[in-house]
Write a protein that binds this ligand. Structure first.
Ligand SMILES: C[S@@+](CC[C@H](N)C(=O)[O-])C[C@H]1O[C@@H](n2cnc3c(N)ncnc32)[C@H](O)[C@@H]1O
Length: 296
């Protein structure tokens, strides 16, 4: 297989995107900073100091240290307004750099996804579906704070067992078949010839080895990322962008699959982590059948 190269930039997506040529990206696969505040410097400091803030710091459990999770239920109206503003700016920028028929596959959250859908559809994208990543999390399911003994049979909200990813598409030029011919986009790639891409994907959290390679608080597993990155380019050609790459899970998946990609990360520490982690993540052999990739 022809191994494509990747480019990564220590850059603010909102500064980089307006400078990028229009219609030069074929798909976006990304996991944005969801509550926004969780990647602000004061919240990252609290996380590093073990003081929590928006980050829920789970106790040791069965001898395993669980990863911190952001608590989106603590977001107030002004945080939601900031999130709306963030996606109102992001969606038109992505629309401009994508070719017609280009997909955006974006991680979301069931309490906040309506904000993202509103912004993307307002910018001219079509909502094309959702992917449900079935994964056990520590989010929700708690008894009322300070009243665990008074109401032991109560959960304030459901314990979340799935993660939502939204699928948007920049409208095609003409019919899907014409768009596929002209731009190489407009549809999703099948995992195998006889099998359509499905919107329900069972996926464990990132494995211990992946976490050791890429200790980012929002690391997504290669087994899942490789499936959605592959689906994003129907003909297996073009450039995939992740404007919020964190430790580079999307870029590593693309590189493993021999696809060209570009990753952006604002924080220098995570950018340096991505630079180290991408070659190792892309080489991970998850089922023993995939050939290892070459480094760029
Ligand atoms: C949810 S994390 C992505 C983690 C990624 N899925 C992984 O597996 O490592 C979002 C990332 O976006 C970065 N970020 C936040 N604002 C940004 C911006 N304006 N431009 C580029 N990156 C940004 C954060 O520093 C964070 O690393």
């Amino acid at each position: 297989m022809n191994r494509q190269k990747y480019q990564i930039w220590n850059a603010d997506a909102f500064e980089w995107l307006p400078k990028r040529r229009s219609e030069s990206i074929h798909a976006v696969v990304t996991d944005p900073p969801f509550g926004l505040v969780e990647y602000m410097p004061d919240q990252l400091r609290r996380l590093a100091e073990g003081k929590g803030g928006i980050w829920r710091l789970p106790h040791n459990y069965d001898g395993h240290q669980r990863s911190p999770m952001p608590r989106f239920t603590v977001l107030g109206p002004s945080d939601r307004a900031k999130l709306d503003h963030f996606h109102q700016r992001l969606a038109p920028l992505l629309h401009n750099v994508l070719v017609p028929g280009g997909h955006v596959i974006i991680a979301s959250q069931n309490l906040l996804s309506h904000i993202v859908v509103g912004a993307f559809c307002g910018a001219g994208f079509e909502l094309r579906g959702q992917i449900v990543r079935v994964v056990k999390t520590l989010r929700g399911g708690d008894r009322p704070k300070g009243a665990h003994e008074r109401f032991p049979w109560v959960s304030v909200s459901p314990r979340s067992s799935w993660e939502l990813w939204l699928i948007f598409r920049r409208p095609c030029e003409g019919r899907v078949r014409d768009n596929l011919e002209k731009w190489g986009t407009g549809a999703l790639r099948r995992p195998a010839d006889g099998t359509p891409f499905r919107d329900l994907i069972q996926s464990s959290p990132a494995r211990g080895e992946e976490r050791r390679i890429a200790p980012h608080p929002s690391l997504k597993p290669q087994a899942f990322m490789r499936q959605i990155v592959r689906a994003a380019l129907p003909l297996g050609k073009g450039v995939i962008l992740d404007p919020f790459m964190g430790s580079g899970a999307t870029i590593a998946a693309a590189h493993h699959l021999g696809l060209s990609s570009i990753g952006l990360e604002l924080h220098e520490e995570y950018f340096r982590l991505a630079r180290r982690a991408i070659p190792a993540l892309s080489r991970l052999n998850l089922d023993g059948s995939e050939p290892p990739s070459e480094d760029p």
